[in-house]
Each structure stands twice: as C-alpha cells, then as structure tokens.
Design a protein around this ligand. Structure first.
Ligand code: WT7
Length: 674
C-alpha cells in the first residue's frame, strides 16, 4: 500500500459509523428481488453453479456445454460452447410482445428540440440497416474491430448493436477524449474503421467532432497505423455541420449511404458465449491505456442480472442513466443491461446543468423517469448550483443509483432527502471497467442503506480485504487494506486486449496464492482499491492505491498526464497529484520543473494545460500548474507525489526524513499556500 493511502487510512479510521436508512415500504412491495435466501443460494460453496441463473436470463441459440471453464487461470471462460447474439437478446427477443414499446428516448441538449422515442421495432430496423451497411459496403465481419468516437445520440447505441449483430467487436472511445487518445486506441485495437459524428451540443456549445476524427487519423498514421474509412453520422440528418472537409474515398456520410439499405435485414451472427463483444479502454498505473476485453455470454448475462436485481428495472419503468455511453457505466447500464430486459432507457445528449440545475428534474418529470443513475460528481454540482431545484418539479423516483467514487455522507443525504424526497431506495454501486457489472452494493429491498458505504458484495460476489502480507483483515477491525474478490464471475473481462501478461500482473499476481495452481480459489482478483470492512459486512471504499487518479468518477493515469506535460519542450520534469475538489471530488494538479534557462511564465503554464487537454481531453484539465525549482525526491530519486499532494490539499506533510532535498518542500509550500 502506498504512503498516501496509509496516511489517508489513519484519518479515515476515525470516521463515524453512519446510521442506516430502511428501503421505503412502497419500494419493497414491488421489488424484483425480495427473497433473502439468495445470499445462501449464492454462497461460495455453491460457486459456480449459482451463475446458471444469470445465464438463463438470456436467449441462447444453443445451450452452453460448460458453465465455467477454469482450466487456464486466471483466464476464466463462462458459458463455453453456448451460442447467442447480443443484439438479438437486446432487440429481437422483445419484438413479439413489445415491439411498440419505447426502447430508447433521445433527449437533445437544446431544450426546444423535440424528444425522440425509438420503439423496439424501430430500433430493430435501424440496427439491421446499419449492420447491412457495415457488412456489405465496408466488408466488416466477425472479429473485426471498429472504433466509435461519438457523442450521446441514438446513432451511437444503434452502431454498437449493429456491430454486435455482426459479431464485430466495437471499441468505443469516449467522445470527449482528444484526437490523440482516439488515435492511440485505434492503433492498440488495430482497427481501420472509425465511426464518428459531425458534431453535437455540450453545455450550450456546438462541438465539432469530425475535426477530431481527421486529427485522429493523422495521428494514427504517424504511429504507422492506417485508418481506411471514416463513417460520419449527421447530428441533423441531411445537414453536414462540421468545418472539416469530407475526404474523398475515406469519409462516408452514413445517413446518405443508409438509403441504399432501407429495409435490409441481417441475420444475427451466431456467436460463442466466450467470444468478444467489445473493448473498453481504461487507465492503469503504467502510461499505456489498456483495453478490457468483454465477452458476449458472461458480460451480457451479468449486466442483465444486475439491472434486474440491483437497479430493479421492470418492464413498466423509465430508466435514466446519466453516464456517457463512452464509459463502461453507459455500455452496461444505458445500452446492454436495460435493453436486454426490454426496458425504456434514456439517452441524454448534454450536460446535467444545461441550461440550469433544474434540467434533470424537468427531464424526469417529462418522461416519467422513475429510476435515476448518476455519480457523486454530478450530484455535487447539482446540489451546489440548485440545492432547492428538485422540489419544484413533479417526478417520482423509486430507486436512485450512485457510482464512480465514494460519496460523502453529506452529499448522499441531499441525494436521498432532496432528490429522492426520502421515498426512493438508494444503491451505491462499486465496480470497475474491468468487471462488467457491480461488485458491491446493497440489494435494495433486502438490505438497509448506509451513507458513504457501498454495501456487501452483490449476490455471488465474495469480497475480502487483504493486508500487504496477504492476510485477511477481519470485519470491524477498523483497519483498511487491499480490496479483493475471492471468486471469478461472468462479467469479469476475458483479458487485456493483446497483453495477457499485463492482465495477470495487474489483477492477480500480487495476491495469487499459488501461480501453478489450476484452482480458482488460489486466484483472487485484486481491484487496486483500498477499503475497510465494517462489522455489518458493508465495505467503505477509500480509493485507488496505484498511480491512478479518479476524476469525476473516471480513472486517469497520473503517468499519462505527466507524459503529456513532458511533451512540452520547456518542461524538464512533471508530477501530477490528486487535489481535492468540492465538485469533482478529485482533480489533477501538476507540478513542473522547467528546462534550464527557461523563465517561468503564465504562457508556459497555458502550454502545459493545452498539451494535457490535447493529449487526453478536457476531463484531465489540471486545476493548476505549479512551476517549481525542483520536485521533492527520495534518495533513490523517486518523486514524492505524496508530499506534493499534501501541499495542494493543505494537509499534514508527514514524515520528510526520506527526502534527499527536503529544503525544496518549504519553498513549494509557500508558493502554493500563501
Ligand atoms: C474505480 C473504477 C464502473 C464504475 C465507473 C468508473 C472507483 C467506482 C465506486 C463506488 C467508491 C468507486 C473505484 C474503482 N469507484 N464506483 N460506488 N464507491 N469508489 O469506472 O473508471 O473503471 O473506475 O472507481 O476506485 O476502482 P472506472
């Protein structure tokens, strides 16, 4: 465990235990999962048999031969030999009973634009036409990778599901990420087709997305990777609203080409349960982003079960997850989970506070949203900008979700009392990109809520806290440690795309009990999070223990940000730390040492900020760039980020005796704090 975390732990151990909140009786009366014996059925002794129940939530063309194949640890395979198609499960299987039901609502950011309701029948037609276009015009087939760099519009899930129908692996890069980030991911996934959109609305501004596609193709080219085709959707069909030119022979306007495919149907490709559905990139402690490779059968069954049991999605519900589909939360809980259950899911284009902090409550009122899924960072900003807004609108949530980072009990109470009017169950779902779906959460009708704690493992997941020697830290000890999961589960990724060693090293090597063992019991999963376990079996997540910063609920690698800063010629050294922020929770702050002879200036700071935004995207924009004479270092030359973090966060500097140059600390402290 790093020093920063152990210091944090000292503080966190003084946390008071929060009081319980009972789920409302009205919620319990209608809940999907009311039978408390699920925890006994899903006990470790019954592993892996209990996951049959999850598999049975899907329609299989051919049943699986082997439920759980553990012959090559830790590369677990689920539902092996079974055949199915994800798009079929999310669309076709609902047509007989529910073709006129709304599958997706599209809410444009401009409030005077019409909301669009797409039925399951309509979604079926659109997905088939796009699948035909991808197959027949671009020759895409099973196993190919397609990169999607799109905003929050209906054409995005349509494109994903069209890929899934063909067995094409989609790799979505969050639309707000930079061209460079998109290029790196295309290179890594070896995908030669990029799907984008001309532009979109965000925070009242029109953003040009196609421009970024041009830059991304160029950047990929520099890395020796050729992108042959760029498919461009139009935000307003029949109008092209990007400043960038259409490149003859490379770019295609999807909306135009689609006319040739009107009414086309494509049989869903027969895929294996253990085949790959998509790649989703995430940050790790080394610079290079890594793609979690998710399966069809395991992933889809897992998100379906989680949507049903934890989110309590039912056919009559209107469900809105405010995440972006470009993150795993959106993949699992805007697209795949809700559609697999035949629910109505909302896709909102814009920012939750545009044009004001009443927007989410107006959308909920208008569409009758009764399940809301969002993050602490969004809750904090809505609370700050419009603490009394929710009361002005007429909506009723039965359930509300928080995900992405620990939520402060204060913020939780505002969410529960003011947003939920004290009448909704709240679930604090803890999980990661790599996991497909939830690891920890209360089952909403079965367990009380506790502000700031995620809850126990969800049924089937058996979490444990190990100390650095690999010994189990008992419940209620008040000590923190490494949060691990004792057993595999269907939603766990198949691996890291193209890098099996990194998969083993990052998630298993540290806590593996015997690397030669073929027994899954010897291969717990290492989350990389620190956590504490209370007497009641509820986990309280403390945060990452590696060099990863969680900004607004999303992981960014400190090394990635530092290497972006180091691309600036004038910069000699850079260190990035996590500064605490009232709204975003955590925000990067950058400390740089300039090359000899360069004079510190505002301009240099701006160049550093620009470089970071260009390389990674606005999400990584640092709050501050500090130009310092030297960085605090250990005698062996390691940068002591912990000391810089304490300065930025005005906390106790701790022990400085291991520093080789402790004299710089006071210097930096004065500069930052005075
Ligand atoms: C990291 C994963 C898949 C969720 C979206 C972010 C932190 C996530 C919680 C929570 C406390 C949480 C962890 C985790 N985290 N949910 N409910 N309480 N911390 O996905 O980018 O893969 O980040 O987010 O630190 O490791 P991600």
């Amino acid at each position: 465990m790093n020093d920063e975390l152990s210091e944090q732990l000292k503080i966190e151990t003084h946390w008071q235990e929060e009081e319980y909140y009972q789920p409302p009786a009205s919620f319990v009366a209608q809940a999907n999962l009311l039978d408390g014996s699920i925890y006994e059925r899903f006990c470790l002794e019954n592993f892996p048999e209990y996951y049959k129940e999850f598999g049975q939530m899907l329609d299989w063309e051919k049943p699986w031969d082997v439920l759980f194949d553990s012959s090559n640890p830790p590369f677990w395979r689920w539902f092996v030999g079974g055949r199915l198609n994800a798009a079929y499960n999310c669309i076709d299987r609902h047509l007989a009973e529910n073709k006129n039901k709304t599958a997706l609502y599209f809410v444009p950011e401009p409030e005077d634009e019409r909301i669009e309701a797409v039925t399951y029948q309509d979604l079926f037609v659109r997905v088939n036409e796009v699948a035909a276009l991808l197959r027949d015009h671009f020759g895409l087939k099973k196993g190919d990778r397609v990169t999607i760099h799109m905003p929050m519009v209906i054409d995005l899930p349509v494109t994903m599901l069209a890929c899934a129908r063909l067995g094409v692996i989609h790799s979505m890069v969050y639309g707000g990420f930079s061209a460079q980030a998109c290029a790196d991911r295309m290179v890594d996934a070896d995908s030669s087709v990029l799907v984008t959109m001309d532009g979109y609305w965000r925070d009242g501004k029109w953003l040009d997305q196609k421009e970024k596609a041009d830059q991304a193709v160029e950047a990929a080219d520099k890395e020796g990777h050729r992108v042959n085709k760029v498919l461009v959707w139009q935000r307003y069909p029949a109008q092209y609203k990007s400043a960038s030119q259409i490149v003859e022979g490379r770019d295609v306007i999807v909306n135009d080409l689609l006319r040739q495919y009107r009414g086309s149907q494509v049989a869903p490709e027969s895929m294996l349960g253990e085949d790959t559905l998509f790649l989703m990139y995430t940050s790790g402690s080394t610079g290079k982003p890594k793609a979690a490779q998710h399966s069809i059968g395991g992933y889809l069954s897992y998100v379906t079960a989680m949507s049903k049991y934890i989110l309590d999605i039912q056919p009559k519900d209107v469900y809105w997850c405010m995440a972006d589909i470009g993150w795993i939360t959106g993949h699992s809980f805007i697209v795949y989970g809700p559609l697999s259950l035949g629910a109505s899911s909302v896709v909102y284009e814009g920012s939750p506070t545009c044009p004001d902090a009443g927007r989410p409550w107006r959308i909920s009122e208008r569409l009758g949203v009764n399940i809301l899924h969002t993050s602490p960072t969004a809750i904090r900003s809505l609370r700050k900008l419009g603490p009394d807004e929710p009361a002005k609108y007429n909506y009723n949530y039965k359930l509300m979700v928080t995900v992405g980072e620990p939520i402060e009990p204060e913020v939780w109470r505002w969410y529960y009392n003011t947003v939920g009017n004290g009448q909704a169950a709240v679930v604090d779902t803890y999980w990661q990109t790599e996991n497909g779906g939830f690891l920890c959460s209360t089952v909403p009708a079965l367990k009380p809520m506790k502000p700031g704690s995620t809850g126990p493992g969800v049924p089937g997941i058996h979490p444990v806290i190990y100390d650095d020697e690999g010994k189990e830290v008992p419940a209620g000890s008040g000590r923190g440690g490494n949060l691990c999961i004792k057993n595999p589960w269907p939603g766990i990724m198949l691996g890291i795309w193209g890098d099996p060693d990194r998969y083993v090293n990052t998630y298993y090597a540290r806590v593996c009990k015997n690397p030669n063992s073929k027994d899954w019991r010897d291969w717990p999963y290492f989350t990389g999070d620190g956590a504490m376990l209370a007497k009641d079996g509820y986990f309280r997540v403390l945060g990452r223990i590696d060099d990863v910063i969680n900004v607004a609920g999303h992981r960014l690698g400190t090394k990635e940000i530092e290497s972006a800063a180091l691309k600036v010629m004038q910069v000699a050294e850079a260190a990035v730390i996590a500064a605490h922020d009232d709204i975003k929770g955590v925000i990067p702050e950058v400390y740089v040492v300039l090359q000899p002879g360069v004079t510190p200036s505002k301009e240099v700071k701006t160049v550093v900020v620009d470089a970071i935004v260009k390389e990674i995207g606005p999400i990584a924009r640092p709050r501050e760039v500090w130009i310092v004479p030297d960085l605090p270092k250990t005698r062996s030359g390691k940068i002591m980020r912990r000391v810089l973090a304490s300065i930025s966060n005005r906390s106790d500097l701790g022990d400085l005796t291991s520093l080789a140059n402790s004299e710089v600390v006071e210097n930096i402290r004065k500069m930052v704090q005075d």
